[in-house]
Design a binder for this molecule. Sequence first.
Ligand code: ATP
Ligand code: MG
Length: 363
Amino acid sequence: MTAVAEPAAAEPAPSTALRVPPVTPPRRTWRPATHIAVDLGTANTLVLVKGEGVVLNEPSVAALDATGTIRGIGFEAKRMLGRTPEGIRAVRPMKDGVIADFHVAEQMLRRFLKVVMDRHLFRVKPTVIVCVPSSITEVERRAVRDSAKSAGAKKLYMVSEPMAAAIGAGLPVDSPRGSMIVDIGGGTTDIAVIALSGIVCDASIRTAGDELDLAIVHYMRKTYNVLIGEPTAEQIKLSIGSAMPLDEELSMPVKGRDLVSGLPRTVVVDSAGIRDALSESVQRIVNAVRRALEVTPPELASDILEHGIVLTGGGALIRGMGALLTYETGLPVRMDDDPLTSVVRGTGLILDNLPRYESVLSM
Ligand SMILES: Nc1ncnc2c1ncn2[C@@H]1O[C@H](COP(=O)(O)OP(=O)(O)OP(=O)(O)O)[C@@H](O)[C@H]1O
Ligand SMILES: [Mg+2]
């Protein structure tokens, strides 16, 4: 039987905004704050203030005018993606899990930090921890350092994303027991095996949420001759995307531009077709996990066999992803309770317990 999903534009899908509590209201809080954690993700930037929790959760998007000056960031800028007035460009400075545009990324990070710092009382300049991809280059580190410093950070530490995600997901990273974390974000899927506070083996592939969106854009063009933008593709993914057949297949109307007539047109797409469109990318993720398991030292592999894989990141929310990984690897797979915030929550736990986690930080 086919159930009809609500049209993407009319009804919010189970999106980032729904799963993560909204940002605190823009008022100043007078409780002194000293430590800030930042997850500078390809798709979303989250900021946590120690003692308070997540205070900012916005898309990693900046809107620039013709002179390159930032006109807006976050939600405001994301709304402009694909529909910007002349002279304004909406860009995502982080791409494929790396900083693609240093200048914009630096300004964006500085502005996000400033928003948070303006709303809190800092008697002293705060200590900031920024989560960075494990494959970060020295030049990228410098960009992160410069923007945090110019935003007013006293001390800056960095922690690799998979490590923070594992801590956020409650894995015993400092024990000898091996744990495997798979973080499917917007730009990259990061897979890491962690034991004794170190990453024993890891892999990062540039297949994650963004690539799934592009696969849907491509599918709509090829199958229906309809052109859609990436935000619409993301809505389709959230509303009816899946990695495994669904008990009840879904469908939804999609508006786009007919490539033949050039006019707007609505077509009805179904979850089986979208699953097909996503399958190649989804399989790439599965293969990367299998490869990581193949190179995991046997002692740690047996821990993972016993305790399973932990899945996190927004991309992991695609229906049936956990079940598919279990099917393909034969291992138990557990999804973190709130996969979109694991990284920043993990960083918050590091802040709460700096002596315990000191060894996972770098400068
Ligand atoms: N319910 C959902 N179903 C499928 N995908 C989802 C869902 N919710 C969010 N996503 C996708 O998750 C991705 C964002 O996840 P996340 O915020 O973890 O990425 P990120 O941390 O910014 O990226 P990265 O870790 O690669 O730098 C987006 O591609 C988004 O479309
Ligand atoms: Mg991430």
